[in-house]
Design a protein around this ligand. Sequence first.
Ligand SMILES: *Cc1c(COP(=O)(O)O)cnc(C)c1O
Length: 400
Amino acid sequence: MSEAFLTHLRSTLAEIDAAGLTKRERLIAGPQGARIKVVSNGATRETLNLCANNYLGLADHPEVIAAAKAALDAFGFGMASVRFICGAQTLHRELELAIARHLGKDDAILFAACFDANGGVFEPLLSEADAIISDALNHASIIDGVRLSKARRYRYANSNLNALEDALKQADSDGARFKLIATDGVFSMDGHVAKLPEICALAERHGALVMVDDCHATGHLGDQGRGTPALTGAGARVDIVTGTFGKTLGGGMGGFVAAAQPIVDLLRQRARPYLFSNSLAPPIAAGSLKALEIAINADDRRARLQSHARRFRAGLERAGFALLPGETPIIPVMLGGARQAQELAQALDRRGVYVAGFFFPVVPKGAARIRTQMSAGLSEADVDFAVAAFADAGKAAEVL
Ligand SMILES: *Cc1c(COP(=O)(O)O)cnc(C)c1O
């Protein structure tokens, strides 16, 4: 091993650390849930969890676990192959058809993660003759997926419809054959929803397709959890939906693209993360299928989630925290510097509340925050406990 190379890496790590940007992983001893067991100093202690994407609280749902266990017995542990070589199990196909039906699309195709779905969706569909117009706040996986395609790339300022229209016109004057607008349904660091009806209207006017990454919405936002197209009324005008089973829908893993039949058919022929990567493990496919079934009928959980979000927002605002406005269960507490975010996270940790500080490069410099997320698995008393802990920790960390 080259000592010079290792020295170079160590100095990069030291720079990251000196800037207060080192991300440290904590260990959890037990299932994901509203309350988790965190390992610290060799012991475990219970804390309230405000940073999972476990919006409906399905990650440790007994029926999801039972479905996964049954699949382990009936279908085995793993697939040990890509689908075009050894085929898929009936489970995989059931899951594809169920998510497609849920989202009102002809068909869907599974990936190992939504990172792979976004990594694989653009390149087969669009060529150098085409244009992709992407929101500046889109998830890293969309950015990477767009980079992997040969289409011309255009970027518009977050949710800025004038900038989007300018980009559409620019793409036209550059001679684009097909144009695709790509956006997150919910911008995960800020928690706001994309202006889908306006985006779809612009798309119609300029003859563009619309792709929405609905990772932070499928299952918990919109009627029956059909996501931001349903929530905003854009509905079927969204052409392509990508999403994950790694968040609301059980939180196992797996991603998908749901769209019109020829889109899905071509992805099955050409999408590289699909062609050259293993199928989802059977217990994951079965657990996700069960989680989807539960989520569709979980109006009670969606109502609880919404009421928690309102209660928590109001409590934090009363305590004097600066929040980003929004109507989703993502509630970012804005702190400015990475150090303040880390210190508040530590002060909360000492008070039994588990949160994560987000800072550069995950969010822009100077926009560090603690992103809190509500879950239907929390009780109202949990939410009140979290508000009190924030107020107390905010004073202790001198951010209030
Ligand atoms: C979480 C997330 C992803 C990645 O999903 P995985 O299934 O975990 O790979 C992609 N896009 C957005 C917007 C996300 O929030």
